[in-house]
Design a protein around this ligand. Structure first.
Ligand code: SF4
Ligand code: SF4
Length: 452
């Protein structure tokens, strides 16, 4: 990558890491976008760099570690220093030999690589923490509860850049599926999905839908005006009638009705659930049973949805009836919150069991998962390139993170340079937003639009 504009956040090295990371707008790139300055404000014994990238077809973490090993490692060491951690682990799939080979010569004695099988969901932080430490994150809790901080490798790269004086202006992502020229690249924040498709040479099919993110956990979108954010990891074009598109596109009313009429309570969804196998209080077949019941008994059954991480193994891999227990669990969790029925962490922890004896035999191999999803033949083509799009216009959301939206500092007509702060962090949990291209501000609202 060449992000060519210079440092612009002032005397970077004179500020604390927390201040620099906040000023640079760094948020967790591998999840919901939790501000990283807050995550680094904790104390830990171990920091884990999550480069497992278990979603089929995405290649961005692999490309980042292969091409920028020292920057990723620098970010990890900064995070260790900040949290007081004496050890660091980089979690990578064993098949990512190029990444492992690139990182290995630079590893200090207190940082090791955790080689993971090519299975799904290897990148889930609960799996990684258990594999790295033998300990489980408490149900309803967080990794710091057991002295661990987990950060995606892109986040750590951005931590390194923050100290060098560079704010977050780009996201590394993969555009693939049925496009002419799949690619992985650093893309300016605010770039539209239609520009991404154009940069990939256009589509090779007519009737398509886009998966926003990974094939397993990503949602469907047909909004080509949607902008790239700090959280965007990929865009996958698939046929509108493909299995993965049809299953993901089912409305709630439909998947609940099908679940009610066709679930035979075989419990395969539970038996294959990664969180259940780790001993967490999640049993999707019981949540499916709640569709058939009413009253207090039904309410008790719904609590078995609470620990669901929405990995989709139950719906897209396990269920022989093509039902959607993941959809039912996700909507049930929403309802539990709305009705104030959410169980406290201590109650959830009372429901924990031992790790399942057959856990290691029930991993989902990525190759077979690709076949099951109808994605075979699309893998392995999205190498890292300079972004091939024009980037003439960006529409940058002022909220791309957990917490309060940033507050615009620019007005229509303002001239900006890439890297300029265009919205400041609000009070409380919040981070600022920076321009991703040089140009003129043409609109200010939920998004700040800039044209060249
Ligand atoms: S696997 Fe499918 S049919 Fe079996 S219990 Fe789960 S949802 Fe019902
Ligand atoms: S989506 Fe399904 S398999 Fe994944 S955690 Fe939830 S219930 Fe378990």
């Amino acid at each position: 990558m060449s992000l060519t504009f210079g440092p612009n956040m002032g005397h970077a090295r004179t500020n604390s890491l927390i201040e620099l990371v906040k000023a640079a707008g760094v948020v967790g790139a591998g999840g919901a976008g939790f501000p990283t300055y807050q995550k680094l404000s904790t104390k830990a014994e171990l920091v884990i760099a999550n480069g497992a990238e278990c979603e089929p077809l995405l290649y961005k973490d692999h490309a980042l570690m292969e091409n920028h090993p020292q920057e990723v490692l620098s970010g990890l060491l900064l995070a260790m220093d900040q949290t007081g951690a004496s050890m660091g682990v980089i979690a990578i799939k064993e098949k990512s030999r190029e990444s492992i080979n690139a990182l290995t010569p630079h590893l200090p004695a207190n940082v090791s690589i955790l080689e993971m099988e090519d299975v799904y969901p290897a990148g889930d932080e609960y799996e990684i923490v258990y594999l790295a430490t033998g300990k489980r994150i408490p149900a309803g809790g967080y990794p710091p509860d057991i002295g661990v901080v987990v950060q995606n490798v892109e986040t750590l790269y951005n931590v390194h850049r923050a100290v060098e004086g560079y704010p977050v202006t780009h996201s590394i992502l993969t555009v693939t599926g049925h496009v002419k020229r799949p690619f992985t690249a650093w893309v300016p924040l605010g770039t539209s999905y239609s520009d991404l498709i154009g940069a990939a040479g256009g589509l090779t099919i007519e009737d398509f839908v886009l998966i926003d993110g990974g094939a397993m956990m990503g949602g469907l979108t047909d909004d080509l005006t949607a902008p790239v954010t700090r959280l965007t990891s990929g865009l996958i074009a698939v046929p509108a009638d493909s299995k993965v598109a049809v299953r993901k596109g089912q409305p709630e009313k439909a998947f609940r009705r099908f679940g009610k009429s066709a679930c035979d309570q075989c419990s395969l969804c539970t038996e294959m659930c990664p969180r259940y196998l780790l001993g967490y209080p999640i049993q999707p077949h019981l949540v499916m049973r709640s569709l058939l019941t009413t009253g207090e008994f039904s309410e008790t059954l719904t609590h078995w949805a609470q620990a669901c991480c929405e990995c989709n193994v139950c719906s897209l891999w396990a269920c022989p009836e093509n039902l959607d227990p993941k959809g039912v669990c996700a909507t049930t969790k929403r309802d539990l919150r709305d009705k104030d029925l959410w169980l406290s962490p201590s109650k959830q922890q009372d429901m924990m069991k031992e790790v399942h004896q057959l856990k290691e035999y029930r991993n989902v191999p990525t190759g077979r998962l690709m076949r099951r999803l109808g994605l075979t033949g699309l893998e392995g083509h999205a190498g890292l390139v300079e972004y091939p799009g024009t980037g003439d216009r960006v529409d940058i959301p002022v909220s791309q993170h957990v917490g309060a939206a940033a507050v615009p500092l620019v007005t229509v007509g303002s001239g900006v340079r890439a890297g300029d702060k265009i919205a400041r962090a609000d009070s409380g949990l919040s981070v600022p937003v920076h321009a991703s291209i040089d140009g003129t501000v043409v609109a200010v609202g939920d998004r700040i639009s800039i044209t060249k």
